[in-house]
Ligand binder design. Structure first.
Ligand code: GDP
Ligand code: MG
Length: 163
């Protein structure tokens, strides 16, 4: 079966934009409004000769609240459990947040493999971006721009390297 890559991160960091790039589609809903992607969303990507499944997720809330948010969190957790590798997406412009730290804790418990990607890094100093997110303890973050495509290919190659 194909390797499964899940895109996880708090709302509005650019998961769906990355999903569209990886799958070369406009299928995922991209919006300025956080939390628009309501559930898991599957697509197919290919890097070099390696095909894979991508799951876009929305609403990853480590501390579940009510109603729709609980369901969204459940879906995101399920995606993490299904994934061979989780791409943990954070926002280089907003910087590290408490919510990022909570997600990191949850991922460390449940994900098989985690790659940290700092999105929206176009025009930013890679070293500065990497330094800020190092404290998550997830290794060297990869600076990317899902909107511009910078670093996306490297990210996919890194994620699929074992396959
Ligand atoms: P999601 O909620 O994590 O799925 O985030 P979206 O993909 O819907 O993107 C949220 C917002 O961030 C949208 O306005 C995107 O256009 C914007 N965005 C996504 N990727 C980038 C990027 O690489 N650079 C910048 N500057 N904005 C981005
Ligand atoms: Mg989305």
């Amino acid at each position: 079966s194909l390797p499964v890559v899940a895109l996880v991160g708090r709302p509005n960091v650019g998961k769906s934009t990355l999903f569209n790039r990886l799958t070369r589609s406009r299928a995922a809903l991209v919006a300025d409004r956080p939390g628009l992607t309501r559930d898991r969303h599957y697509g197919r990507g290919r890097t070099g000769e390696i095909p894979y499944i991508v799951i876009d997720t929305g609403g990853f809330e480590p501390v579940a609240k009510q109603g729709i948010e609980v369901e969204m969190a459940r879906q995101a957790r399920q995606a993490v459990l299904e994934a061979d590798v989780v791409l943990f997406i954070v926002d280089g412009r907003q910087g590290l947040t408490a919510h990022d730290r909570e997600i990191a804790v949850e991922l460390r418990r449940n994900a098989r493999r985690i790659i940290l990607a700092v999105n929206k890094a176009e025009g930013m100093q890679r070293e500065a971006v990497a330094a800020e997110f190092h404290e998550l303890g997830l290794g060297d973050p990869l600076a990317i721009s899902a909107a511009h495509g910078d670093g996306v290919r490297e990210l996919a190659e890194l994620a699929l390297a074992p396959y």
